[in-house]
Design a protein around this ligand. Structure first.
Ligand code: ADP
Ligand code: MG
Ligand code: MG
Length: 883
């Protein structure tokens, strides 16, 4: 089969811009060339080659040699230069390119094809020795770093020394001779570190780079990134080999990156950075501070250096036209790399641009309004999980701020946390539940796990398109980059900002929307949910079938949930209501009572409090269904565990310490998760459920009377395994309802149902549905009881389970569709067979997870229930699942 696809110069091998085959970069180079944009000619070695390379024990098939040679011949034909020719050498870049852009993959090697002979040829043809030697030193440094993997610190040091010797501040101030001398030093460094001279054979250079790209697919940092982003290991990466164009050929040459819309705000305005007389890497690496692309952005920032619009007006106009063509062609905001070689524009990359959640929303809504995409596409485009960024608080504008310094607003959102200086510490403290801010001079792919563990990222160097900025935006972490005012003393774990000296673990706050860095913790405010957010939600609601409810147990949570669009409560856990300082004494009296009469006495004291709870919740949810789960946890959770507390508790409950201790010992369980809990409490102490049922119905009638709008209580019995259990519990609830309705002379509609959270309940759902009027899948417990993994203990080994491919994702976060999902399907089917149209929902963490929601849609559940802040995510995910 064919492993090499050529592009550019009017040649098209029919790759059809296929990302799976050519990788993202290769596909779009092919695509741009196909629509006639100026793309330097090149070829792509497919992702299939990468997969085969690993399948065949890291070897290439014979045929690849000829295919690559044919690819090089194509570039030679289009450019009229020859690879390795001492007279007029062809230089190429070698770039990796997976299906999705992936930090952790091999960095690009530029200027490949230079050696001691060809550099002279390049100097002669270009008439610019400085440029030729600058390119050669760049090549040796990059190749040594990314292909030979030598210590790049030494190379940087040599460059710094060369600059110091010359009293130069910028690279651009060095001369041809300076670069020539540096090349000699670099070659000596290679010989010393690698034990062999720098490869002079251009074909050896090329194959070395190709091998390094494929090799980087299995590098640790790439694996970490794949794990965090659920990218399958067998996708492979492509290799792109492309003729070099030079942005470092003087003042009419430049290189830059641009977005067709603002990636931070979504504003419909070009956004970008460029550098005169530079090569691509210079912009992203933060070596020189890049200049603004547009005059508007330059003026807004109050910056002096000319914008590209001012410095190179004709090329800029051409570029703006390309932006328009690309957006119309790809129908999405594009992230573009370009180079200008002596006034001539070349396109080097385009892809759908990463953007903040805010920008994603705005761009999707704007593009639908512009008619570029449909409303359904707009709904499909916004990553539901990314909405999370918008739904969380930002800094309170009125709160005092002790601003230490200001950097670039690289990724929005605000975060406070302890200062840490390295990724390992970030990860360690995060595991201990500490909020941390990762502070680095600049970040590299090795820092990704630390960036993930941090609440926010602060860097001293790098622009809006630096590694830190791009990765942080993708992860949804707030980031302030290029904060030039900070200086980091990593060995001593100190951060100096002006006069101020901060230590590791001191608290700072960063605001990724303004670039401000503040001392201490700054309070936050709730997000604004109107505007584009509201518009997209209306469109989403128009296509979704699944209802979305919230897991909420306080009136405040219900209010938030309703503002976020919840259509009821899917899970109100009643046990939290019993932990309140005043109530717990009554709860304990109930537990400690030796007789039913004693228990009833304590429960009578709890009744008004419980009724008030439900009154508040029903008031917020008037007119909507509210699923209330009766008491679920083992009773000993309410008793003290520390010896020191016994005397106080005993005194408050009015019993002796001896009785308390004896009762606590009696209630001790070896495996409480599978112990005396759930409906088993109702079976042994029916009076508890009776009190709860009474509180529910009395509150419902009170609300109906007060507001004229009756709530719809759905009384849910937990941990049912058999039909008979549910029958007994339903009897308690029905009898209580009847009694309350008779006392009040009024009634409300209600349902009694059960949580399906045990495999037996799922299997016997047909029988259980004879009694139960609804099912709610309690997927937290159903996951732990189905897999037999305690979710409180799973943290210690689950990561390895995911790493080793036993589970694709943590089954407590994303539903195990194959196993637990099958039980849900069985229960849904059998339940419906008995009781046509039985109401089915899901509560538990999975109700807010987009992948799990897609499963709920396929299974035809009626609703999902998620935590209040995840309600909008669930609404959007439900809409996407329905599309
Ligand atoms: P990344 O994925 O990190 O952006 P790229 O492969 O896109 O890596 O390349 C890194 C830099 O090198 C970019 O700025 C790009 O513009 C530049 N570059 C890549 N290929 C060429 C080329 N053929 N000529 C000139 N510059 C190039
Ligand atoms: Mg790129
Ligand atoms: Mg449960």
């Amino acid at each position: 089969s064919k492993y090499v696809f050529r592009f550019g110069g009017g040649v098209d091998d029919g790759g059809k811009g296929d990302k799976n085959l050519l990788g993202g970069k290769g596909a779009n180079l092919d695509g741009m060339a196909a629509i006639g944009l100026p793309v330097p000619p090149g070829f792509t070695i497919t992702t299939e080659m990468c997969t085969r390379y690993y399948a065949d024990g890291e070897t290439y098939p014979e045929s690849l040699n000829a295919e690559v040679a044919n690819g090089i011949a194509h570039i030679e034909a289009v450019t009229g230069k020859k690879f390795g020719d001492a007279g007029d050498p062809l230089l190429v870049s070698v770039r990796s390119g997976a299906r999705v852009s992936m930090p952790g993959m091999m960095d690009t090697v530029l200027n490949l094809g230079l050696n001691d002979q060809t550099v002279e040829g390049l100097a002669a043809v270009s008439g610019d020795a400085r440029f030729a030697w600058d390119s050669y030193r760049r090549f040796i440094q990059m190749y040594s770093d990314v292909v030979l993997e030598l210590d790049h610190g030494k190379f940087e040091e040599a460059l710094e020394i060369a600059k110091e010797d010359r009293g130069a501040y910028l690279d651009t101030e060095l001369t041809a001779d300076d670069w020539r001398a540096l090349v000699d030093e670099y070659k000596a460094l290679v010989l010393k570190q690698w034990g062999k001279p720098f490869p002079q054979d251009v074909h050896e250079q090329l194959w070395g780079a190709i091998g390094a790209v494929f090799g980087s697919w299995q590098a640790d940092r790439a694996k970490v990134y794949r794990r965090l982003n659920n990218i399958p290991g067998d996708w492979g990466t492509a290799v792109n080999v492309q003729a070099m164009v030079f942005g470092n050929m003087g003042d009419t040459s430049a290189t830059g990156v641009a977005f067709t819309r603002d990636p931070a705000t979504g504003e419909n305005a070009y956004y970008g950075e460029y550098l005169i007389n530079a090569q691509g890497e210079d912009v992203v690496a933060g070596i020189r501070t890049p200049q603004y692309l547009t005059t508007a952005a330059r003026e807004r920032a109050g910056a002096k250096p000319l914008s590209m619009e001012e410095a190179l007006p004709e090329t800029y106009a051409e570029l703006a036209n390309v932006f328009h063509i690309l957006e119309t062609h790809y129908r999405d905001m594009q992230d573009i790399e370009f180079t200008v070689q002596q006034g001539k524009l070349w396109m080097l990359q385009t892809r759908s641009g990463k953007r903040t959640a805010k920008a994603a929303l705005k761009i999707a809504v704007d593009m639908a309004n512009e008619g570029l995409i449909t409303r359904e596409e707009a709904v499909a485009r916004v990553d539901a999980n990314a909405l999370d960024q918008l739904l969380h608080p930002t800094l309170d504008p009125k709160a005092p701020r002790d601003v230490l310094t200001k950097g670039l607003p690289a990724s929005p959102g605000a975060a406070s946390g302890q200062i840490v200086f390295d990724a390992e510490t970030a990860e360690r403290l995060n595991e201990l539940g500490e909020a941390v801010i990762l502070v680095r001079i600049e970040t590299s792919p090795e820092d990704i796990h630390g960036m993930h563990a941090a609440k926010g990222i602060l860097t001293a160097r790098g622009g809006m398109t630096s590694h830190a900025a791009v990765v942080a935006r993708g992860m949804g972490r707030p980031c302030v980059s290029g904060a030039g005012g900070i200086s980091i003393d990593a060995p001593n774990r100190l951060l100096r900002i002006g006069e101020r000296l901060l230590k590791e673990r001191d608290i700072i706050t960063i605001d990724g929307a303004t670039g401000e860095v503040m001392a201490g913790e700054v309070p936050t405010v709730q997000p604004e949910l109107a505007g584009d957010f509201g518009t997209l939600m209306v469109w989403a609601d128009g296509v979704r079938r699944l209802k979305v409810r919230a897991n909420a147990e306080t009136p405040a949570d219900c209010k938030t949930a309703r503002e976020f669009g919840a259509e009821g409560v899917g899970l109100c856990r009643t046990e939290h209501m019993f932990f309140d300082a005043e109530r717990i004494t009554n709860v304990r009296q109930m537990i400690l009572a030796e007789t039913e009469a004693g228990r009833r006495e304590a429960l009578a004291k709890l009744l008004p409090a419980q009724r008030a709870d439900f009154f508040g919740i029903f008031t917020e949810m008037a007119g909507l269904p509210v699923t209330i789960r009766l008491l679920d946890p083992p009773l000993h959770e309410f008793l003290p565990h520390e010896d020191v507390d016994f005397a106080d508790v005993a005194a408050a409950a009015g019993v002796s310490v001896e009785i308390l201790k004896r009762r606590a010992a009696e209630l001790h369980e070896f495996n409480p998760m599978l112990g005396h809990r759930g409906c088993r409490l109702g079976v042994t102490y029916p009076e508890i459920y009776e009190m709860q049922a009474r509180a529910i119905f009395e509150a419902a009638l009170d609300v109906a009377k007060a507001s004229g709008e009756a709530p719809i209580p759905e009384v849910m019995i937990p941990l049912v395994a058999t039909r008979r259990e549910l029958e007994l519990m339903k009897d308690i609830v029905d009898k209580t309802a009847k009694a309350v309705f008779a006392e009040r002379g009024a009634s409300v509609d209600y349902l009694v149902g059960t949580m399906i959270e045990l495999p037996r309940a799922a299997l016997k759902a047909g029988e259980i549905a004879e009694v139960g009027e609804f099912f709610s899948f309690g997927t937290n417990d159903l996951t732990q009881t189905t897999i037999g993994i305690s979710r409180d203990d799973a943290g210690r080994f689950l990561t390895q389970y995911v790493d080793k491919g036993i589970f694709a994702r943590d089954p407590f976060i994303s539903l195990d569709v194959e196993g637990v999902g099958e039980l849900i399907q069985i229960a849904a089917e059998r339940g419906r067979a008995t009781r046509a149209g039985i109401k089915l929902g899901i509560c538990g963490e999975h109700g807010g997870d987009p992948a799990s929601i897609a499963f709920c849609e396929q299974t035809g559940l009626d609703y999902v229930s998620a935590s209040p802040y995840r309600v909008p995510i669930a609404r959007l995910a439900a809409a996407q699942a329905a599309l």
